[in-house]
Design a binder for this molecule. Structure first.
Ligand code: ARG
Length: 482
């Protein structure tokens, strides 16, 4: 065990205590962010004259070397250190001697870890957004190709009214679009730099917090040092948004599983994305969809865990906060994995159009339209509802669809029916008449697709640099300690 403190201690740390306390097994995940943060900190110390020019250069060069060596595997992050911060600092001191000991000037591990986790999470927000965008692009293509693929729309998992595959998938398009908006929102709210908060009360050194913020692409420094070291709201927001993504993916997965069942056969999952059974040769299972649905629980778990961890913590930093990492990392990796696999599964999936259309035909999905026909001929809606109810009962007895009845049979239920009823309740009419914006009718869907195409053609991520700069330009004239 190798640690950065010990001056005031007369005894060694108990081995079990040391292990219980240590975080290197998981905080090594942000070694890159830790070193990037240190480089920015040291450059700022140099600019402020707290370190000399040559000390600054020496430390920056050495950290870059350490980073390079860790990246290419020539330097191993040794588990003998308590955390990643100690590992980097100790390695630096090993190489530079006394100059290395100046790295931590005007900084605490509290603001350091707050920075590292923020930098790491910020990158995760961007990557998650990119994966969501790829999923949206695949969805968009499938939608464009299936504007007239009729299928039953469901309520209570009972056939309700006919829709199209484009329309059904369009609902998921909206969900994942909102998920992306949440990414943007979180990014803009979290992108402030906590470095310079010190242990909790800032420092007496003349730090330029705007400079470090700018070096690391933040929109500015955080404005309260106690909050700076103990704010984990952005993680809770991110975990909440990740949970929502998983909830969406899980609903979609459930449909994929149902659609893939022998009873439905609406889709065929590509061989590359299905699995077989060790005993039943006929099986082709939708394991990926099931796993995505199953993994939703662990992402929700991470959110509840962190909310619970944070709820009783007095200001400012407390060691409880170390618990913000493992489950959060797991949730981040899980969601990215699920998004990538789901997108792959969707882009290779076959949609069995005839099967979908046949299913929409024989489930009385045109019953509402038959009632609307009667309304159009002067029958009050409540009466029309009752008449078509009787008609459906009759059809079930005869095992035929409404449009498979003869006109005489229809007239026996209501004399209002005329020859044009067949046209009025055809699948095509039922769908294509529904033209309110957001409805499945082709002309309405095309308008929506135009809007979605436009949406996909720009990306909020490309506007970030301007936004950061704009906010940084509002920095007070004196950026140093006041
Ligand atoms: N491993 C710690 C964490 O993740 C780093 C901060 C340590 N600070 C302290 N005062 N012990 O929260």
């Amino acid at each position: 065990m190798a640690q950065l403190w010990g001056g005031r201690f007369t005894k060694e740390t108990d081995q079990l205590v040391y292990q219980f306390n240590a975080s290197i097994s998981f905080d090594r995940k942000f070694y890159r962010q830790d070193m990037e943060g240190s480089i920015a900190h040291v450059k700022m110390l140099g600019k402020q004259g707290i370190l000399t020019e040559s000390e600054t250069e020496e430390i920056v060069r050495a950290i870059k070397e350490i980073l390079q060596e860790v990246e290419d595997g020539t330097l191993e992050i040794s588990q003998e250190y308590e955390d990643i911060h100690s590992f980097v600092e100790a390695t630096l001191i090993d190489r530079l001697g006394d100059t290395g000991k100046k790295l931590h000037t005007g900084r605490s591990r509290n603001d350091q870890v707050a920075l590292d986790m923020r930098l790491y999470t910020r990158q995760e927000v961007l990557e998650t957004d990119e994966l969501l965008k790829e999923l949206l692009q695949v969805l968009f293509t499938v939608m464009e190709n299936n504007l007239d693929t009729y299928m039953p729309g469901f309520t209570h998992l009972q056939k309700a009214q006919p829709v199209t595959l484009a329309h059904h998938l369009g609902a998921y398009f909206e969900m994942f679009k909102r998920d992306r908006q949440r990414m943007e929102d979180i990014y803009r709210r979290m992108n402030y730099c906590p470095l310079g908060s010190g242990a909790l009360a800032g420092t007496t050194y003349d730090l330029d917090r705007y400079h470090t913020s700018e070096l690391m692409g933040f929109a500015g420094p955080t404005l309260n040092s106690m909050d700076g070291v103990s704010d984990r709201d952005y993680l809770i927001e991110f975990l909440s948004a990740l949970s929502t993504i998983m909830m969406h993916l899980s609903r979609f997965s459930e449909e994929v599983i149902i659609w893939n069942s022998n009873e439905y056969q609406f889709i065929e999952i590509d061989d590359a994305y299905s699995t077989g059974s060790s005993i039943m040769p006929q099986k082709k299972n939708p394991d990926i969809a099931e796993l995505v649905r199953g993994k939703t629980g662990r992402v929700y778990g991470a959110l509840i865990s962190l909310l619970t961890t944070m709820k009783g913590i007095p200001l400012a930093y407390n060691k409880d906060m170390q618990e913000d990492k493992e489950l959060t990392f797991d949730a981040m990796d899980t969601v990215k994995g699920c998004l990538a696999l789901f997108t792959g599964m969707l882009s290779t999936m076959k949609f069995r159009k005839e099967q979908m259309e046949a299913s929409a035909r024989n489930g009385f999905t045109n019953a509402t339209d038959a009632a609307d026909y009667l309304v159009g001929h002067g029958v009050p809606f409540r009466d029309a509802h009752g008449i078509v109810g009787q008609l459906v009962l009759y059809c079930i007895e005869k095992n035929r669809a409404i449009d498979e009845m003869t006109l005489e049979e229809l007239k026996a239920v209501s004399p209002v029916f005329e020859e044009d009823i067949f046209e009025a309740v055809s699948m095509k009419t039922c769908v294509e008449k529904r033209l309110t914006l957001g409805a499945p009718g082709q002309e309405a869907m095309k308008k929506v697709l135009d809007l979605e195409r436009e949406y996909l053609s720009s990306d909020w991520k490309s506007q970030l640099k301007d936004w950061e700069q704009e906010l940084l330009n509002q920095a007070p004239a004196t950026q140093q300690s006041v």
